[in-house]
Design a protein around this ligand. Structure first.
Ligand SMILES: *[C@@H]1O[C@H](CO)[C@@H](O)[C@H](O)[C@H]1NC(C)=O
Ligand SMILES: *[C@@H]1O[C@H](CO)[C@@H](O)[C@H](O)[C@H]1NC(C)=O
Ligand SMILES: *[C@@H]1O[C@H](CO)[C@@H](O)[C@H](O)[C@H]1NC(C)=O
Ligand SMILES: *[C@@H]1O[C@H](CO)[C@@H](O)[C@H](O)[C@H]1NC(C)=O
Ligand SMILES: *[C@@H]1O[C@H](CO)[C@@H](O)[C@H](O)[C@H]1NC(C)=O
Ligand SMILES: *[C@@H]1O[C@H](CO)[C@@H](O)[C@H](O)[C@H]1NC(C)=O
Ligand SMILES: *[C@@H]1O[C@H](CO)[C@@H](O)[C@H](O)[C@H]1NC(C)=O
Ligand SMILES: *[C@@H]1O[C@H](CO)[C@@H](O)[C@H](O)[C@H]1NC(C)=O
Length: 907
């Protein structure tokens, strides 16, 4: 009986041990591993997808999500894989207790805090993947204990400090990824000791110094990513002999040197090479096309020269070529060789010195093409109709060339086109098929010669964010269709065309627009009507509009005060006909009240007054007409055209000067002097070129005395005095005092430029054809100046003192006749400033000082200018003209002066 019981017991025991039902009770649990995992979970901040919800007591830890246990040691954790689980958590140091761990995959989460040093204890570890988290602090410096480590991938974290030298002993390491961290220091030389290394990334790591030669000892390298650092020097030439390399990227560093001519014969496995954004020089080796596995080449933004490589067509798998922004000099024949590359997606050759026209054979390029840029070259001719073949094209940039003619209709077939740049060329006509480009988001056509009207079909481009048509000759009215594109948000720019009609009401539906510029057209009609929809905001909150430019049109009527018009700096409406109202900073006159007057009596008064006014007006007109007839008879012999021209010019306003000088732009700035800045400008629609001297007086008031003074100067005429055409005294649009003189523009600039040409060339390092004036011309100029000075001193109704005679005030016309400028400014300034008390102390003393070197010593600081002082300045000027030395030359110190320098020459 006992025997049977024993047999039964044994059978039961066997059953218990070899069936899996009571496993949870019979399989051993290693408490150390379990507690380490429990501790791992305690540091969790957020687990939005419940990745760790299975980590509970009713489940064995080997069955927890992401936990893998060993088969041979069933209770020991060998792998932790919680990649891409959206975990927000820090890494518990208890991970160091999972002593059987071989692999840690925690990439693509939001781990923060440091990588615990305890990881260094895990000697069985082969893989650490912590990339794309927010780990901070330094890289643990005891990883050398993990001697089995093959993959250390820490890319895209927030790690700081130097790279621990310790890593250099990890002989089995195949992948070292440290890129995209806040590391510092130089690229470690010990990389050369990692003899198993296949892949290395130090991109975006703040590395400086050179790429260590030692890296070329690693003969197995396949993948090298060192982009976006401050690496300098040359690429170690040995690197080009490692035939296993298939990916080489050193983009955006400060590397230099040239590519070895044998590159294509040694790097036989290369697929991708990125050298963009360095200072590499030399030509592209022809051997490149022997590396037939090449898929991507990017050599853009370097200093490469010579012709474009011609036989890239041998690289049948080629997908992308970037040769932009170098100094390649060639025609476009290289494009023809690319027709065999049936996977080509990107061509970027912009910003070089490419000439010639776009060959028709461009149509034979692969239809896989998605991106084509030839911007900023010297291409001419027209765009071949074959461009319509590239149905996958998303970006086409041929801006900044000399292309012209009609834009081909076939462009409308490019249904995937998102960005089209044809700006700064000579295109003449817009095809209506542009409206078929329904994916288009940016259309740049500014600065061409496009005439005709804007095709209403553009209103079909429902994804347009920015439309740039400025600086063309477009006429007709603005089609309401394009103004009802709700997508337009970045910019709507039609400035500087010849558009007529009213600004359509539809403009009000552009609710997301940031910039609207229709300035310098001929748009008419009442301003407020066009914008009424806008101003009645249909939703609560601010409008997006940051820049509204309606200047220089023929708009009239009331300027609103609502919406964008509340902010004076966002709006520009000057140069229109008869605007009124608006916020005070815009400085328009108040609008006449149009509301019907309820008071009957004053209503009658208004009528009576109106009648009287009309009668007075008629009478005055009649009298004026009689006077005019009389005058005409008297002055019939005089040239009427010049009189009327001068008269016109006399009424020049701030707005006109602003327009004439393109907003006092830096491009038009031709000089800066003691009293202000001089701008070149075009008045009367570009008929008259003038120099506008904007006086920097910082003196309030005194407009009357300024104008009368200028008027007096204007009557002074002499062959050798710069003619003052007009003066302007008013407020600028910021409410500041604005005073300017309008003078004749002198084509040959100032004497200063002629005398000291060479100094400037030396300073700026620019080679320019040297201009020179010979002795006789100098003599002529000296005589010219003398006669002008004599006229000012002796032959004007009252003596005029120049006060600031110097070469930069002597201007030369197209026949090299000298004309003295800035005469009488001294007087104007003293007049104007003495009439204004507040400025008396500061301005007179600073402005009347003259220029050091030319001011007579006895008439120095603060003293009144006088005729002898002018003569002294003239003397200095003469010496300067014939010696070529400035009175302020470095030579003249310690008692030596220009005067004594010349004296010594005669001694
Ligand atoms: C659990 O693991 C620890 C650390 O490796 C070890 O010391 C301990 O002996 C193990 N316990 C069992 C029951 O295997
Ligand atoms: C433990 O995890 C399992 C598996 O996810 C789940 O079914 C169970 O409801 C959990 N138990 C507790 C108490 O949370
Ligand atoms: C880690 O887990 C993810 C998701 O379960 C899986 O896709 C991936 O292949 C795993 N990685 C490894 C190396 O096992
Ligand atoms: C990276 O570290 C810096 C300072 O070490 C810290 O200010 C920043 O918030 C961190 N960024 C992330 C994404 O954790
Ligand atoms: C390209 O390869 C061919 C065949 O191997 C060889 O004859 C030729 O010299 C190579 N060209 C260059 C420029 O290295
Ligand atoms: C394209 O390939 C064909 C056939 O392989 C060859 O005959 C032709 O010369 C190649 N064209 C270019 C431009 O390389
Ligand atoms: C165009 O692009 C689409 C999507 O990227 C792709 O599926 C298609 O094959 C491409 N067509 C050509 C002709 O390359
Ligand atoms: C543009 O679209 C119109 C209407 O859908 C069509 O008739 C015309 O052929 C298209 N033009 C181009 C160039 O695709």
């Amino acid at each position: 009986m006992v025997r049977w019981l024993l047999v039964l017991y044994t059978i039961l025991m066997w059953w218990c041990c070899f069936s899996n039902i009571p496993a949870a009770y019979l399989v051993k649990v290693n408490e150390t591993d379990r507690l380490a995992l429990v501790a791992f979970k305690t540091t969790i901040d957020r687990d939005p997808y419940g990745a760790l919800s299975s980590w509970n007591d009713s489940v064995h830890y080997c069955d927890w999500e992401g936990v893998l246990c060993s088969r041979r040691h069933p209770h020991r954790v060998t792998e932790l894989n919680l990649s891409s689980r959206h975990l927000v958590i820090s890494l518990s140091p208890h991970i160091g207790n999972l002593s059987f761990l071989k692999s840690i995959y925690l990439q693509d989460n939001s781990f923060h805090g440091p990588i615990p040093q305890e990881i260094g204890r895990l000697f069985r570890l082969q893989t650490i993947q912590l990339n794309n988290n927010s780990f901070g602090g330094g890289i643990p410096n005891n990883l050398s204990s993990c001697s089995n480590l093959k993959i250390l991938y820490l890319i895209d974290n927030n790690l700081t400090g130097n790279i621990p030298a310790d890593l250099g002993s990890l002989e089995k390491l195949t992948t070292l990824g440290l890129g995209k961290n806040q590391l510092s220091g130089t690229m470690p030389r010990w990389v050369g000791n990692l003899s198993s290394l296949l892949s290395v990334s130090f991109a975006y790591c703040n590395m400086h110094g050179e790429i260590p030669q030692e890296i070329t000892r690693v003969r197995s390298l396949k993948f090298i990513q060192l982009s976006v650092n401050n690496l300098s020097g040359r690429i170690p030439s040995g690197l080009f002999n490692i035939s296993t390399i298939n990916f080489l990227a050193v983009a955006y560093n400060q590397l230099r040197g040239s590519i070895p001519h044998y590159i294509g014969s040694t790097l036989t496995n290369i697929k991708s090479v990125f050298l963009i954004g360095n200072s590499f020089t030399g030509t592209i080796p022809t051997s490149l096309s022997n590396a037939t596995g090449l898929l991507e080449i990017n050599f853009s933004i370097n200093d490469f020269t010579g012709p474009m490589p011609k036989d890239l067509g041998k690289l049948l798998g080629l997908q992308a070529i970037g040769f932009a922004m170098n100094r390649f000099q060639d025609d476009l024949s290289f494009i023809l060789s690319l027709t065999n590359c049936t996977n080509l997606q990107i061509i970027d050759v912009g910003g070089n010195l490419l000439r010639g026209s776009l060959p028709d054979a461009i149509a034979n390029l692969s239809t896989t093409l998605g991106f084509m840029s030839m911007r900023d070259n010297q291409l001419h001719g027209s765009i071949p109709p074959g461009i319509g073949n590239f149905l996958n094209l998303t970006l086409l940039h041929v801006g900044l060339n000399n292309l012209g003619g009609h834009i081909p209709t076939t462009i409308g077939k490019l249904h995937n086109l998102q960005e089209l740049y044809l700006n700064i060329n000579k295109f003449t006509k817009l095809p209506t098929s542009l409206g078929n480009l329904t994916s288009l988001s940016l259309l740049h056509l500014e600065r061409n010669n496009i005439h005709g009207s804007i095709p209403p079909s553009l209103g079909n481009c429902r994804n347009l964010l920015g439309l740039y048509l400025s600086h063309n000759n477009l006429n007709g009215s603005i089609p309401p269709e394009i103004l009802s594109l709700p997508s337009i948000s970045i910019s709507f720019n039609l400035a500087r065309n010849a558009l007529t009609g009213v600004l359509p009401q539809e403009v009000g539906s552009l609710k997301n627009l940031v910039e609207l510029d229709v300035s310098n057209n001929r748009l008419s009609g009442p301003l407020a009507n066009s914008l009424s929809k806008w101003l009645i905001p249909s939703y609560v909150g601010e409008l997006q509009l940051k820049n509204l430019n309606l200047s220089f049109n023929k708009l009239h009527g009331k300027v609103p005060t609502e919406g964008v018009f509340r902010n004076g700096s966002a709006v520009s409406v000057f140069g229109n006909n008869d605007l009124c109202g608006g916020i005070p900073t815009l400085k328009f006159p108040p609008c006449p009240s149009l509301e019907p007057n309820k008071n009957n009596l004053s209503h009658k008064m208004t009528i009576i007054l109106s009648v009287v006014a009309v009668l007075v007006f008629c009478l005055t007109s009649f009298v004026c007409f009689i006077i005019f007839l009389h005058r005409r008879r008297v002055s019939r012999k005089k040239a009427p055209s010049t009189v009327s021209l001068k008269h016109q010019l006399m009424r020049v306003t701030y707005a006109e000067l602003l327009k004439a000088t393109d907003g006092f732009s830096v491009e038009n700035l031709i000089g800066v002097g003691n009293y202000g800045s001089v701008y070149k400008g075009m008045l009367n629609q570009g008929q008259i070129v003038v120099a506008v001297k904007v006086l920097n007086l910082q003196i309030k008031g005194a407009s009357k005395s300024f104008l009368s003074e200028c008027e007096e100067l204007r009557t002074i005429r002499h062959r050798n005095l710069l003619k003052i055409l007009s003066a302007c005294s008013s407020m600028d649009f910021h409410g500041n005092e604005f005073k300017a003189l309008v003078c004749e523009y002198m084509a040959n600039g100032s004497l200063e430029n002629w005398l000291h040409q060479n100094d400037q060339v030396e300073n700026e390092g620019i080679e320019e054809e040297s201009r020179n004036i010979d002795l006789f011309q100098r003599l002529d100029i000296a005589i010219d100046i003398a006669s002008a000075l004599e006229y000012l001193h002796c032959h004007c109704s009252s003596t005029i003192i120049h006060g600031d005679l110097k070469p930069s005030n002597i201007l030369l016309d197209d026949r090299m006749t000298a004309q003295v400028g800035d005469f009488g400014l001294a007087k104007i300034i003293s007049m104007v400033s003495t009439s204004s008390e507040e400025a008396q102390h500061q301005s007179t003393s600073t402005l009347l000082r003259g220029t050091i070197g030319y001011v007579a010593p006895e008439y120095g600081m603060g003293d009144r200018a006088s005729t002898p002082a002018d003569v002294y300045s003239y003397g200095i000027l003469l010496l300067e003209m014939f010696t070529g030395k400035r009175p302020t030359d470095n030579l003249f110190k310690d008692g030596m002066s220009l005067h004594s320098f010349v004296m010594r020459a005669f001694a």
